[in-house]
Design a protein around this ligand. Structure first.
Ligand SMILES: Nc1ncnc2c1ncn2[C@@H]1O[C@H](COP(=O)(O)OP(=O)(O)OP(=O)(O)O)[C@@H](O)[C@H]1O
Length: 934
């Protein structure tokens, strides 16, 4: 018989108000001792950046500047005699700028996400057990001692000098409303559980205890709630913890309970009752809005544990992920994809994406039962803004500068556990259930051991779930557990088990403290540092750029010697080019700075974001006003339009030039015809001369600008946007184009495609000018795109033609029948012929017999013998009976031969016409399919 548990023996008695007390008071300022700042230079690029990648002219031997490739001999002059060109400083800046922009743009500009695995070398991701953290299990006072003193170790916050906060896990029990099936099965609602008015105690309802002859029980928790209001449960049990997470404390919330008891409803909710997760996300951004003194960086990940295997829900192909542990990062899963987020709706979209991948199935107990444990994690980095601007973010710290500002790093884990369940009818569900039950059992054991005396072995490693939760349960996190139970008497045993689990968890003590890092291990710091570096480089290009203009001017002014004037002019052109390139670099630097800045959230940026409607996700969506006017084109489209404009301009100028020349020629010819004297030679020289200098310059400008404007699209590297049109994905001879990810080509196709690129070295045979190279690149690009399109179209056409078997068509069937009939006719004819042949043989035999029989039959016999030899002999006297017989035979044979030939000819004709018809039909069918396909 069940004993009524008393608070002193069953659980850690809590005063409800304690649990609702505010979270940790303002944590003390970063207590961490100054750590060595590991300067990771942003110029260390994950993939090599080449000039080709950047669409810049390649350097030629003898040049020092990145932008002087087209004029190697001139550059040689410039560096030694007339002009320093772009000095080493500015060129270094340009190079560094390019490298910096390229180093992370591939992973962040197009795809703002960050892989844990990739980052493992330089980013601290899971702070629970950084070296400075206290990982040892805090001593938990025995229930007896709690009872004796009437106090708890719990939620009465006691921040230590290191900002640590020792407290019991917050436990909330939630009883959901009756489901219709429960009402049907129990013949109506029988209230099993009763919640005290102050919302802290739960026990059997009196009537039920009497009716079911159960000893009364009473459990005391932080909260005991009924109903469907998710706001109430969030406010009472989670809100504080989210606030603490924003202040730098790790937080873990999980829902525990039997299957179909309401865990997912509590964590995720629905449209009318958003659950804990969406409310926490809203609160996180609200906190950022309301705290203008700090800046934040948020990144999220989402995984599930299904049948004891870990899957990345944001990267579904990543299965069976491993759990690792080290002193710096504690326990962590790798490789796990993280995405940097900047708005609540972005986070919700990510969660939806993850949920689409989650294992959910109908069971005997729940139409949408979670068959896996899911863990959604948000890592929050934050820093004092004033410290950020004056402290560590300067690229090079001058002596005596302020110490680096620490970045607080905390993580919030929102966990929806799979439900414990009885055996179900479906075998697969049963297998899943076995895994679920085993891991929940391990969780129970771990919780029990944690509350036993210090030093007991805790079997975290017995399940993936407990291993992942180890950091939270064992130390540095505030933990809130929501235990959900069914209201029905049918589930009373499971509900009792859940309540016992809840009572055990309540005794677990954790000691959360703020975690700070002071170097590039925090992305926030890394990005701030990078922004500062980029800004410094931007400044450098500005100041050095003006130097260059000055140098260009000097060159012009200083041109004293006549033989140098051509070189000086070329030099001036070269400087123009360099300036254009520098502008490109500046723009790229600015873009990168802007991008990094948007990833770092501040009260101001959040407010601006929430005021403005969220931008469309697609890079290729055009924003229009209500009347359809285009408000803003996406950047890439703008770039392509700019490129088109430049080309059109170039073509126009060419046409103008040709028209001018034609006009000159026309005038000259007219004059000649009129007999006027014309200096034809001079006219011809004019017509054939090079385009005027200004036009050349314009062309160069256009070609460089177009290269720049196309650059962000073609240089996507490993970030090929599969939603983009193929022509955009196929960069200028880049890797993406070579691998042809989606063109549906065979190995051979790829080979021919590669062959197409073999003429890449033709550059060397051409006049080495930027516009020639650009032209060539563009032509190759078009050629490649066309090749891909042709191959793909051909393949599609073949597929279509092969996909509808001709054999299934009605025409084919009719023809088969007709041919069958013909074949039968031929067989009949053959039989007829056989019959006639037999008749001839019979006649021959008759003649032979007649010959053997003497008199009239003698002559017949000799004739018949002739006939057998192949030529029917003929008696000179046709009037004899034998000869008459022979004649008759001859006629029959002739008739038979004619008949046979006629029939053969007829059959052949029919077969011929049938074959022609078949060919026609096949051709018609192909045309028809082609038309249908198009
Ligand atoms: N508090 C509640 N108010 C109203 N409906 C609820 C509540 N809790 C649960 N439900 C409903 O009960 C059903 C089962 O809930 P839910 O799927 O959340 O259970 P679960 O514990 O997550 O189950 P499983 O472990 O099988 O995934 C759902 O239809 C849900 O909408």
């Amino acid at each position: 018989m069940l004993q009524r548990p008393t608070p002193s023996t069953q659980l850690a008695p809590q005063h409800p108000s304690r649990a609702t007390s505010p979270g940790p008071s303002t944590p003390s300022a970063s207590p961490a001792p100054p750590t060595t700042i590991q300067r990771t230079t942003m110029l260390a690029t994950p993939r090599p950046i080449t000039r080709q990648n950047l669409q810049l002219p390649k350097p030629t031997a003898g040049t020092t500047g990145a932008a002087t490739a087209a004029t190697a001999p001139i550059a040689a002059v410039s560096t030694t005699a007339t002009s320093p060109g772009l000095g080493p400083t500015i060129m270094n800046n340009i190079r560094r700028g390019i490298a910096a922009v390229k180093s992370t743009s591939s992973s962040l500009i197009d795809k703002p996400q960050h892989s844990l695995d990739h980052a493992s070398a330089d980013v601290t991701l899971s702070p629970p057990s950084t070296a400075s953290m206290n990982n040892s299990r805090p001593a938990s006072p025995s229930p007896q001692s709690q009872a004796a003193t009437g106090t708890t170790t719990g939620t009465s916050s006691s921040p230590s000098t290191t900002g640590a906060k020792t407290e019991n896990v917050t436990v909330t029990v939630r009883i959901r409303p009756f489901s219709s099936s429960e009402l049907r099965a129990a013949g109506g609602p029988t209230e099993v559980w009763d919640v005290s008015d102050d919302g802290s105690k739960i026990g059997y309802a009196d009537d039920y205890a009497v009716q079911a002859r159960r000893a009364p029980v009473e459990y005391i928790f932080d909260h005991a709630l009924t109903g469907s209001d998710n706001e109430e449960i969030y406010n009472s049990s989670v809100k504080n913890l989210v606030q603490s997470a924003m202040e730098g404390y790790n937080g873990t919330v999980f829902a525990y309970g039997q299957t179909s008891s309401g865990k997912t409803y509590t964590m995720s909710g629905n449209e009318t009752q958003p659950g804990i997760t969406p409310r926490a996300i809203e609160d996180i951004f609200k906190y950022i809005r309301e705290n203008p003194d700090r800046e934040f960086l948020l990144r999220v990940s989402y995984l599930e544990i299904y049948n004891e295997s870990i899957r990345d829900l944001l990267s579904p192909e990543a299965i069976d992920l491993k759990i690792h542990e080290d002193r710096r990062r504690g326990v962590y899963v790798s490789p796990l994809k993280e995405e940097i987020v900047t708005t609540p709706s972005q986070v919700m979209r990510i969660i939806e994406r993850g949920n689409d991948q989650r294992h959910v199935s109908a069971t005997d107990f729940n139409a949408h039962s979670s068959r896996s444990h899911s863990i959604f994690q948000i890592v929050i980095e934050s820093r004092d803004r004033s410290a950020a601007s004056s402290g560590s973010s300067t690229p090079r710290k001058p002596a005596g500068a302020k110490p680096a500002a620490a970045v607080r790093v905390s993580q919030l884990n929102l966990i929806d556990l799979a439900g414990s369940e009885k055996a179900t009818s479906n075998e697969e569900r049963r297998k899943e259930g076995a895994f679920i039950n085993k891991s929940l059992l391990t969780l129970g054991t771990v919780i029990s051991k944690l509350t036993e005396e210090k030093g007991a072995h805790i079997p975290y490693r017995d399940s993936k779930l407990t291993r992942i939760l180890q950091s939270s349960l064992n130390g540095n996190a505030r933990v809130s557990v929501i235990c959900t139970i069914s209201p029905s008497s049918l589930n009373v045993e499971e509900s009792n088990n859940t309540l016992k689990f809840a009572a055990r968890v309540k005794k677990v003590v954790t000691k959360a403290q703020t975690n700070s890092v002071m170097d590039d291990k925090a992305l926030l710091e890394k990005y701030r540092r990078e922004i500062s570096e980029l800004k410094a480089q931007l400044m450098a290009t500005v100041s050095n750029g003006s130097d260059v203009i000055g140098v260009g001017g000097d060159n012009n002014a200083g041109g004293k010697q006549a033989e140098l004037s051509t070189l000086l002019e070329k030099e001036r052109l070269k400087h123009e080019e360099e300036m254009l390139e520098m502008n490109m670099v500046r723009n790229a630097l600015k873009e990168r700075i802007d991008h990094l800045t948007t990833l770092i959230l501040t009260s101001q940026s959040i407010n601006t974001k929430s005021a403005a409607p969220e931008r469309p996700i697609s890079r290729y969506t055009v924003e229009t006003s209500a009347d359809g006017t285009v408000l803003e084109f996406p950047k890439e489209i703008e770039s392509r339009l700019a490129h088109k404009d430049a080309l059109v301009k170039q073509l126009k100028s060419e046409v103008e030039m040709q028209q001018e020349k034609m006009a000159l020629m026309r005038v000259a010819i007219e004059k000649t015809l009129k007999g006027e004297s014309v200096d034809l030679e001079k006219t011809l020289v004019k017509v054939l001369e090079d385009p005027p200098r200004e036009k050349l310059l314009n062309e160069k400008r256009a070609s460089i600008m177009s290269a720049h404007s196309l650059e962000p699209i073609s240089e996507t590297g490993n970030n090929v946007d599969i939603t983009a049109p193929r022509s955009i994905q196929l960069g200028k001879g880049d890797k993406a184009a070579r691998s042809l990810p989606n063109a549906g080509l065979t190995g051979d196709d790829n080979k021919s495609y590669l062959n197409l690129n073999e003429d890449e070295n033709e550059d060397d045979d051409l006049l080495d000018t930027p516009w020639n190279r650009e032209e060539l690149r563009n032509l190759r690009q078009v050629k490649r795109e066309l090749e891909v399109v042709v191959v793909a179209q051909t393949k599609k056409l073949e597929d279509v033609l092969n996909s509808v078997p001709f054999e299934d068509s009605d025409e084919f069937r009719d023809m088969v029948i007709e041919m069958e009939e013909q074949r039968e006719e031929i067989v009949t004819l053959k039989e007829e012929r056989e019959r006639l042949r037999m008749k001839v043989t019979e006649l021959k035999n008759t003649i032979r017999r007649m010959e053997q029989g003497g008199s009239s039959s003698t002559s017949l016999s000799s004739d018949a013998a002739d006939m057998t030899s192949g030529s029917l002999g003929r008696s000179t006297d046709p009037g004899t009976p034998v000869n008459a017989k022979i004649k008759e035979l001859e006629m029959i044979a002739q008739k038979e031969r004619r008949l046979r030939m006629d029939e053969q000819a007829r059959s052949m004709g029919r077969i011929d016409s049938l074959e022609a018809k078949l060919t026609m039909l096949k051709a018609e069918l192909s045309v028809y399919k082609l038309a249908a396909y198009e």
